[in-house]
Design a protein around this ligand. Structure first.
Ligand SMILES: [Zn+2]
Length: 62
């Protein structure tokens, strides 16, 4: 698993830059909702809600 070996931050450090106005938005890989990232952003774009949920789940649990 390529999970981060360190304590997760609220927002992934490798999150792509937000899409510029007029750019097509990528769909969230988890729920299919539109994200704030461009469609050609690298990685697996997630909508703000799923990012938040991932951050909660990924937080160090001991
Ligand atoms: Zn989502």
């Amino acid at each position: 698993m390529p999970d981060d070996p360190y304590c997760a931050t609220p927002r992934p450090a490798d999150a792509p830059a937000p899409a510029r106005p007029g750019e097509p938005m990528a769909d969230c890989v988890l729920c299919g909702e539109p994200t704030e990232y461009p469609a050609d952003a690298p990685g697996a774009p997630q909508c703000p809600r799923c990012e938040w949920q991932q951050a909660q789940r990924g937080a160090c649990s001991g």
